[in-house]
Design a protein around this ligand. Sequence first.
Ligand SMILES: Nc1ncnc2c1ncn2[C@@H]1O[C@H](COP(=O)(O)OP(=O)(O)OP(=O)(O)O)[C@@H](O)[C@H]1O
Ligand SMILES: [Mg+2]
Length: 386
Amino acid sequence: MSREKPRVVIDDNSRDGRVDVDALLADRGTQIIVCCGSGGVGKTTTSAALALRAAEQGRTVCVLTIDPARRLAQSMGLTELDNTPRPVAEVRGDGSLDAMMLDMKRTFDEVVERHASPEKAQQILQNPFYVALSSSFAGTQEYMAMEKLGQLHAEKTYDLIVVDTPPSRSALDFLDAPERLSSLLDGRFLKLLLMPAKGPARLLSAGLGLVTGALNKVLGAQFLTDLQTFIAAFDTLFGGFRQRAEATFSLLQADETRFVVVAAPEPAAMREASYFVERLAGERMPLAGLVVNRVHGDADDGITAAGAEAAAAQLRTRSDADADIAADLLAVRADRLAISGREGHQRRSFATAHPSVPTVAVPALPGDVHDLDGLREIGDLLAGTA
Ligand SMILES: Nc1ncnc2c1ncn2[C@@H]1O[C@H](COP(=O)(O)OP(=O)(O)OP(=O)(O)O)[C@@H](O)[C@H]1O
Ligand SMILES: [Mg+2]
């Protein structure tokens, strides 16, 4: 006897406001898609899935990934961090997909090399402060992702660039990075601390001396000298990092850019998505919609969590082993129903707070997404064609 598998449903409360993923990818006016969200929610997976789907629908696509899991990277033909887009074999159809992993330090080095004379570039590249900044300063990775996006966009090789964003705790870090980095590199604050006081600033010098002294103790005098040399070199080189950061930032506000916010159906990630959506509106950055990823659906058979719990409790009153097993299974079922109920609540709250934001829920697959077929499956789920 063959039993029909119960249909697994995800309560899609925002069906009318569903993200139309295929329309987004087909629109030639969309040239940049940026996938943002808090850590671990599925940004890399979503970026790669959108990029592959667009390529298989005929577009010339590049996906800029950041720290992809090793197996996913391998499935896209990425074996090393070399900052070069590599063609992904096995793309079906007439389009094409190139993929690359961002090498943050290499991208920074290239910026320096492109703008400085060879001697000056060497001076900067060897400066210990530069080495630290380019490989580990919070915000550098976010900024360099934008920098690389700017370069790829200017080359005009691709008609769609999909950008993954770094695994920061907060999605907002991506938008705050240019400001953070340019504040540091403009160096006004540090210059003030490090310069010998002149004129009226002398009044402050006692206080500043104390700060500089403290910094010297904590950071070491050599470090501060390196920092000062670096900032001076950097300043003359770029005539202010701020304008550069602003130019890159403005690409994110351009008509051809669309943001996709990814969240997990959990309070912290949904809260973060809420802040991010509001911030995008504030910055006039175009939002394509919200992807709620790894949602747990359940069989549509009319059983509720309370019903399953009650039935389990009743079974436990009988003292027989079979009834105990059945009660355990019902308890598992009750847990699953409770999870999908909580997730549904999270999504409804978001929809109430942001009624105009199109949303799509992607179910949690049983295993990780680590190959092109997995990406195609996610693509189908995103587009509602699964
Ligand atoms: N819908 C899904 N079903 C099952 N597994 C998923 C799904 N989406 C993502 N994953 C898995 O979850 C893990 C995290 O996903 P991913 O790397 O895309 O997240 P991320 O937001 O890029 O994380 P990070 O912030 O660390 O960069 C991966 O192992 C991925 O294969
Ligand atoms: Mg990632």
